[in-house]
Design a protein around this ligand. Structure first.
Ligand SMILES: Cc1cc2nc3c(=O)[nH]c(=O)nc-3n(C[C@H](O)[C@H](O)[C@H](O)COP(=O)(O)O)c2cc1C
Length: 400
């Protein structure tokens, strides 16, 4: 096997194939993707997050894998998120003493080890029996921020108790104000200092990949999912509520929601899921304490821009008045650095930590954080930045 891979690697790099890019590319891909027979056996062996993706792919059943991987329609936004990062390159600086490095970030008075945070991802027990508890303990062990979804498979109280420190709460607004207020009060009472309101799914979505992969899944869903199937309304945060007629989001939502929300909570209010300068300016005007430039990991509006492409106009509109966070397509520490250089305060990861979770549980998520933090450290050293403040627009350049 090793010999075959070596041979393919040599062949892919051969100048003989230089004029035939498709064959060269196909072979290069064949050599870079681990096959099922050479998957890593321990989280510690992962060299990048993709090693964990391969193991998670083997472990997670097709319907659940589809739920994680899916974008919407033809998945153009999903691809755009990733492609945006390859349009920027790092601009190196030399002879800077980078022997001591501080990657910490302060968000609303709490210091985190690095600007990398765990995005809210619903129903994590679909990927590993310990779900959000494992992710939470990993985030706690590594000193990173975790944002917990409204439709998590474990309640906010249980996650906070298991990890022993607060998380931020992601809010789906629902179409019922009373239930929304209950969710918000519950998160606040549990100790969440920040609520991130997701606004990018006002009217549902068309997720094709999840449906296609679910069709290939031979298991019987009802043997795990109770009656009601995998509806988000069956999750713990909705327990005890009459969910008749309830939907997790509402098509009639307008900006006054933010003011109403601020009137019922003392948590900081972030808006997650905008990508235009106009909306960023309105967010500040309507009292938001921060924004997350996000397109739900390519799972909301189709044929949108990659979030890295949207980030500069949001940063320009916000003019430093509130923090601007970003997520979508981040797979490398260099990606994190690029987002910081374009003005982000913190950078979220979604699917990569679920790959770690699905591969090895808590140690897998810890490994994802270690890998990305280490890659970020190396990238910072490369551009001569000893702290996040020293990462500036001059640290990157857009490809001509
Ligand atoms: C399986 C899955 C579930 C998600 N669930 C939620 C959610 O409950 N609430 C939310 O605001 N965003 C949710 N998101 C979006 C993430 O918070 C985040 O914006 C996105 O995953 C970042 O992109 P990335 O996966 O490319 O890193 C989900 C994303 C995935 C992949």
């Amino acid at each position: 096997m090793t010999d075959r891979r070596k041979f393919l690697g040599l062949l892919a790099a051969s100048p003989l194939l230089a004029g035939i890019p498709s064959i060269g590319q196909a072979l290069a891909q064949a050599t870079s993707l681990p096959g099922v027979d050479n998957l890593i056996a321990r989280a510690a062996d992962a060299l990048d997050v993709f090693d964990l993706e391969a193991v998670a792919r083997r472990n997670i059943p097709p319907a659940h894998w589809g739920f994680m991987a899916t974008g919407v329609d033809g998945e153009e936004t999903l691809k755009a998120n990733r492609e945006a990062y390859s349009r920027y390159q790092l601009r190196t600086r030399r002879f800077v003493d980078v022997s001591k490095m501080d990657m910490s970030v302060d968000l609303f008075g709490t210091k985190f080890r690095s600007p990398i945070f765990l995005c809210p991802l619903s129903a994590q027990r679909a990927f590993h029996p310990e779900g959000e508890i494992a992710s939470g303990k990993a985030a706690q062990a590594r000193g990173q921020l975790q944002v917990l979804s409204t439709v998590s498979s474990t309640s906010v109280e249980d996650v906070i108790a298991a990890r022993g420190s607060p998380v931020w709460f992601q809010l789906y607004t629902t179409n019922n104000w009373d239930i929304t207020v209950k969710l918000v009060k519950r998160a606040e009472a549990a100790g969440c200092p920040v609520v991130a309101v997701t606004v990018d799914l006002p009217a549902g979505r068309n997720t094709e990949t999840v449906t296609r992969l679910a069709r290939t899944d031979t298991r019987t869903c009802t043997s795990c999912h109770a009656a009601g199937g995998s509806s988000p309304l069956t999750r713990p945060m909705f327990a005890g509520n009459d969910i008749t007629g309830i939907s997790v989001s509402s098509p009639s939502l307008t900006w006054d929601f933010i003011k109403r929300l601020k009137d019922v909570t003392s948590m900081k209010v972030l808006i997650k899921g905008l990508d235009s300068g106009e909306d960023a300016a309105l967010a500040v005007k309507n009292g938001a304490d921060g924004v997350v430039v996000s397109n739900h990991g390519g799972r909301a509006t189709e044929t949108g821009r990659g979030t890295l492409e949207s980030l500069p106009e949001v940063v320009a509109a916000v003019r430093g008045r509130i923090p601007v966070l970003v997520d979508g397509g981040v797979r490398r520490g260099t990606d994190v650095l690029k987002a910081l250089a374009l003005g982000a305060t913190a950078v979220g990861i979604g699917r990569p930590y679920v790959w770690g979770l699905g591969a090895f549980g808590q140690p897998g998520v810890e490994r994802v954080l270690d890998l990305l933090n280490n890659e970020l450290r190396l990238a910072m050293a490369g551009v001569g930045a000893r702290s996040l403040r020293e990462i500036t627009a001059a640290s990157v350049i857009r490809k001509s």
